[in-house]
Design a protein around this ligand. Sequence first.
Ligand code: PDD
Length: 285
Amino acid sequence: MTRTVYVNGQYLPETEATVSIFDRGFLMADGVYEVTSVLDGKLIDFAGHLRRLQRSLDELEMKNPLSEDEWLAVHRELVARNGVEEGMVYLQVTRGNPGDRDFAWAADVAPTVVLFTQTKPGLADNPQARTGIRVISVPDIRWGRRDIKTVQLLYPSMGKMMAKKAGVDDAWFTEDGFVTEGTSNNVYIIRGNRIVTRPLSSEILHGITRSAVLRFAAEAQYEVEERAFTVEEAQGADEAFLTSASAFVMPVVELDGAAIGTGKPGPVATRLREIYLDEMRKAAV
Ligand code: PDD
């Protein structure tokens, strides 16, 4: 089936959707994005993703091209047209096509708005959540505004490839001896009843899933401590996990070759995944 995608106000077959070669997203990675998961044909934590989109746009002095209602309508239309029951909606806003290449940008250029869906059956019932995933640590050499969700994803892609070459699933970035985050997720360790995760700053993306999971964790009487941790501390933890819009809560069972806890998904990460999926399905729009 040919996907229907959205480009600048039009719904088009993916084969007919085009953007300019002068688009600053293409030439300069001058754009931001969001990924919202879809379960039961509905959007998960949509309001959170729209809030962060607004923040990313504000930080880059870009206007939000659509209203909240319009964003919702486009998301829903794409989900409906593509029959997505389980998967994702990808949204990207770039600073558009100024007609030539120039480091300086002009405020009056119309942004480019692109959305498409990805169908992923088994997103919620992911077998990896039952086995856990294995990660390596790699140096975090990304730029200093990781709190802005830009499409500048070359180093995270390289991190993912380093993990693949090492025969594991993903990479955790480290800086000044401490773990920052995963290639495309926020990371956590568990000691007893306590969940430890790095506090929000410009060093990590402010995960929408992170925010919901920490809220559910506190409601479920877990202690939440927001501080940085090292690779060694993670290796000695009872459990570890990561969160993202597409992985939800994913247990991490090995870091740099050392098993974490029993080397199997632990009870806390497993419970948090269940709570997250239950609560977010109920609140989906
Ligand atoms: N990635 N940190 C980074 C660097 C990310 O790229 C992501 C999301 C997260 C988790 O954020 P959230 O919970 O809001 O999805 C943390 C998305 C899923 C992606 O790039 O596909």
